[in-house]
Design a protein around this ligand. Sequence first.
Ligand SMILES: [Zn+2]
Ligand SMILES: [Zn+2]
Length: 192
Amino acid sequence: MQFAHDTEPTLVMASELLNTARHGRDRLATVAQLRAFLRRHEFTGWSSAEDADLASVQDLRERLAEVWTAPNTARLVAIVNALLAESPQQPRLTRHGAWDWHLHFTTDDAPIPVRLRAETAMALVDLVRSGNTDRLKRCAAEGCERVLVDLSRNKSRRFCSEGNCANRTHVAAYRERQAGAGREQKSNSPSE
Ligand SMILES: [Zn+2]
Ligand SMILES: [Zn+2]
């Protein structure tokens, strides 16, 4: 494992936050959706999210989109530094639920958007300083706009985990090869 154990789930949460605005209608448009999202990611105090938090979380989502599409690390770092500057931090060790000791970067009573911004920014810090910004990827499937964080050992992951993207792409490639083989009058079947 390359990162602190709490960094990975936070990065996954960030990618999924971003994806709520991708592919079809906004899935983070109501406070109920925000709470469900936070709950799914076991974010402490998820039920305290309020209507007033929605706009700030949506703003964070837009800035994460810029992180994912940053043309270079310098630009990415500039965005992360801006997020850090807006995140007054008070790091402390904690454990809760199934999570053993890990860092929270704010107090648990700080507003949800403040905590979300701080946690996300610090996970991105981990990514940058370990030279792993190339793990922030866009799904390689045709027509898919989602992003992913590639946590595979050899940075080989190409597809998001939704929409059956990997399978869909492999089937399309297989059919393509089949059609090509047919056109060339070959009888051998393509390998997987
Ligand atoms: Zn925690
Ligand atoms: Zn996809």
